[in-house]
Design a protein around this ligand. Structure first.
Ligand SMILES: Nc1nc2c(ncn2[C@@H]2O[C@H](COP(=O)(O)OP(=O)(O)OP(=O)(O)O)[C@@H](O)[C@H]2O)c(=O)[nH]1
Ligand SMILES: [Mg+2]
Length: 337
């Protein structure tokens, strides 16, 4: 924006000067009557601005697609990085993947790309409870869906696998957190315990008669050292067989990376991705995978309990990343409307 002042002996002259110099689009910011002008008479001053870079609408073609179409057929080798980036893969990671992959095989086609990606995504959801209670803990940042996912898993173990389940919550900090899990326990007819301190959680584990214990924990921000410390104490007391780091797929890559680094220090041994129904791309999850090198256990795609949860496989995750999100069609329809 360019701002200029115009002085004249009449207001009309000053405004005409603005128009002549700055054109019709000039904006008048201020007018002032001067008591004495240079020649001793009264004068007028107009301050006007001209937009040097008028705001133009972003051309449709320049906008990032909300959801890229599924990768089908041959992909030009030069376009591989762009293909991965448009699916949410971090650019640096996309370059590394493209370099590594292009050394091995050519030409790039959708099937082999899917296979190559699948091979990079380990998965693990092989629950085999023994005679001792098998403890599964979910940890992660606030609001990512830990409690909801715990209830989905409980429903799966009770209804599909006919296993006895005890739900335990260590989240006693937040109002209504206990009631939230208790309500699910009531619906499923499972045992329910509250652990107000790590010692209580240890006792619940020792006295448990169920074959599977599902432990809910309070959400902790990645920079909350005190919260992380408490979570470490809870996990030590519960001594879980599996500790799933629950991450929302609908966050920025940098945030996924930060959470992955901070929570892995607690000894998490699996990644569980939620909210895949709330994102237009799934490639960002590769950042958490690359950072932790942990296998993926499950992914979730909605709020419905039971339901909206899938056991992860490398092939399934690769398909999600390459444009196969369950709602991708709807997102594309919104984009083209
Ligand atoms: N769209 C969508 N919403 C989800 C999904 N999973 C959970 N939610 C919703 O996310 C919100 C938070 O879920 P919670 O299960 O309470 O999350 P949490 O991680 O236990 O939260 P804190 O205990 O407060 O840290 C709720 O509205 C859930 O219904 C999912 O896969 N997709
Ligand atoms: Mg919760």
């Amino acid at each position: 924006m360019r701002i200029r002042k115009f002085k004249a002996s009449t207001m009309a002259e000053a405004l005409q000067a603005v128009k002549t110099e700055l054109g019709d689009s000039a904006v008048i910011l201020k007018t002032r009557t001067m008591s004495v002008s240079e020649d001793g008479r009264r004068g007028f001053e107009v301050t006007a601005a001209q937009d040097l870079e008028p705001v133009r609408p972003v051309p449709q073609a320049a906008m990032q697609p909300l959801a890229a179409p599924p990768v089908v057929g041959a992909i030009p080798a030069s376009g591989l990085v762009q293909t991965l980036v448009s699916r949410g893969v971090d650019e640096l990671l996309a370059r590394r993947l493209a370099d590594a992959w292009q050394k091995k095989s050519r030409p790039v086609d959708s099937e082999s790309l899917e296979k190559a990606l699948a091979a990079l995504i380990p998965s693990r959801n092989d629950l085999k409870p023994g005679t001792e209670p098998y403890v599964i803990a979910l940890v992660g940042p606030t609001g990512v869906g830990k409690t909801t996912t715990l209830a989905k898993l409980a429903a799966h173990f009770v209804l599909d696998r006919r296993l006895s389940v005890q739900l335990v919550t260590a989240d006693t900090h937040r109002i209504a957190a206990v009631e939230q899990l208790e309500a699910y326990a009531r619906l499923l007819g499972t045992e329910f315990q509250v652990g107000y301190a790590p010692d209580e959680i240890r006792r619940h584990r020792e006295n448990c008669k169920a074959r599977v214990v599902l432990l809910d924990t309070p959400g902790v921000g990645p920079m909350d050292d005190a919260g992380m410390g408490y979570l470490a104490d809870v996990l030590k007391a519960a001594s879980p067989n599996e500790t799933h780091l629950v991450l929302s797929a609908a966050v920025r890559t940098q945030d996924l990376r930060l959470c992955a680094v901070r929570f892995q220090a607690l000894g998490c041994d699996r990644l569980l991705f939620t909210k895949l129904d709330e994102t237009a791309t799934a490639g960002q999850i590769l950042t958490a995978l690359a950072e932790t090198r942990l296998p993926v256990s499950y992914w979730t795609c909605g709020q419905i309990v039971p339901g909206d949860i899938q056991a992860a496989t490398g092939e399934g995750m690769a398909r999600l990343i390459l444009g196969g999100l369950p709602h991708a069609e709807s997102v594309r329809a919104i984009q083209s409307a």
